[in-house]
Each structure stands twice: as C-alpha cells, then as structure tokens.
Design a protein around this ligand. Structure first.
Ligand code: DX5
Ligand code: ZN
Length: 225
C-alpha cells in the first residue's frame, strides 16, 4: 500500500496546522465524515521555519481515529536534518514524510531512510527553488511538493507564478509521480491548481477559518472533481 492506493484521482488535504486545537478530534471526525482521507501535518522546528508547530505527539493522538476510517497522515517536515525525525514519526503513526531539498544534502539517502522506516516519501521545494532541482531528485519518490507560499504559516496568499511552476513540474516528472501544492489555496484558485497538474492539494485556512469545515472541504472537493 502506498500513495497511489491512498488517493482517488485528486485529493484535498486539510492542513491540521490551521485547525482549532481545542476541538481537533471533533474537526477530524467531521472531515472524515465529509469524505477527507488525507490529513496534512505541518511539522516545524523553529529553525527551517521561524515557528515551532506540531509534531509526533499530535500525530500519535490523531492516528487511531484517522487510520480507523482508512485515512492517512501526510507529514510535511519543515525542519533541518529531516531524516533524524523519520523513525519517531513512523512510531507515532505517520504514513508519509515530505522533506525540503533546501536542507537535505543527500536526498537519495533520505529517501532510502524513509523507505527503510516503511514511510511514503516526498520531496519539497520552496517558491524560490528552481523546479529542475526537484525534478533531478525525484527519482525514487512518491510525490513532489511545490510550495505555493514561503513555508511557515497558514493563511498566507498564494505566490504568483506557482501555477507555472506546477505546469513545468508536470512536464518534467514521470507520469506516475504525484504533485502536491501547499499554501494559499482557496475556493477561487483550487480549480486552476488542479488544472495546472496538482494531484494533492493542501488547504488550511480555507477549510478551518470558517465555522463549517465539512461544507468548505466539500466545496473544494467538488471544485476539483
Ligand atoms: C505552510 C504550511 C501549509 C499551511 C497551509 O507553511 O506548510 O501546509 O498550513 O495553510 P493555508 O492553506 O492556509 O495556506
Ligand atoms: Zn504544509
């Protein structure tokens, strides 16, 4: 079982970073009920990105509920030395790790380390990293994450030029490789993101900053169906 089995053509992934943490379990159950199956977990260390965000203890708390419903936890590692966290994330119940090429001198070794832990694996690039850098390192990975904001916070505006980068990546990557887009996705641009070539579309504030998380998830999912 791997990423290809986890997705239904295209997936909207709620980013838990933007959730109401006082009601995290309830919001995840609501989203599962609305059809969400992939949840994006933004792990930040205060070094690669300024804030410390969430990590393995949150993964551990939510994993049983997500897995019982057939869902998966997709961990976006915005950290330096990402490979030092793989084992802990796997133990906590994470299903996949995506690490940033900007802080990984040996991506091939990191991919092998993630696979050895039994994790799915992705590579990520910031908006100012050339897409060829990702294409050159994409050999053995499941997905390439094209950031459409500078990583750090939910609720930022979609960086102009990101759609062109996704189109470019779609041309450079093999047909079997998934493209993930993360940051600044809204009801207004989600369809364009899909049409540019994204298979996995992360949405944080677009889902969680409104009272009706099921309704906003459903609206985004329908827009790309
Ligand atoms: C940004 C994170 C994103 C973020 C997305 O650093 O990697 O996953 O939570 O949030 P929105 O959709 O609000 O931009
Ligand atoms: Zn993210």
């Amino acid at each position: 079982m791997g990423w290809r089995d986890w997705i239904r053509d295209v997936e909207i992934e709620p980013s838990l970073y933007a959730a109401d943490f006082l009601r995290l379990g309830e919001q995840i159950e609501t989203l599962l009920g609305a059809g969400a199956r992939l949840f994006h977990v933004d792990v930040g260390d205060g070094r690669f990105i300024p804030p410390v965000t969430i990590g393995p203890v949150v993964v551990q708390a939510v994993a049983p509920v997500v897995h019982r419903a057939g869902g998966r936890l997709d961990c976006h590692l915005m950290v330096v030395a990402p490979d030092s966290h793989f084992e802990q994330i796997k133990q906590a119940g994470g299903d996949s790790v995506t690490f940033h090429l900007e802080v990984c001198p040996d991506p091939e070794a990191a991919v092998a380390a993630a696979r050895a832990c039994g994790l799915g694996v992705g590579i990520a690039i910031n908006p100012d990293t050339p897409i060829d850098v990702a294409a050159a390192a994409a050999g053995g990975v499941d997905l390439v994450l094209c950031m459409s904001v500078h990583p750090g916070y939910s609720g930022q505006a979609f960086v102009p030029g990101s759609l062109e980068r996704v189109r470019g990546l779609r041309e450079l990557l093999g047909a079997g490789q998934l493209i993930q887009v993360d940051g600044g996705v809204t009801a207004d641009n989600v369809r364009a993101v899909r049409e540019a070539g994204a298979d996995l579309i992360v949405a944080g504030s677009a889902i969680f900053s409104h009272g009706d998380v099921a309704g906003t998830y459903g609206g985004l999912a329908r827009a790309v169906a």
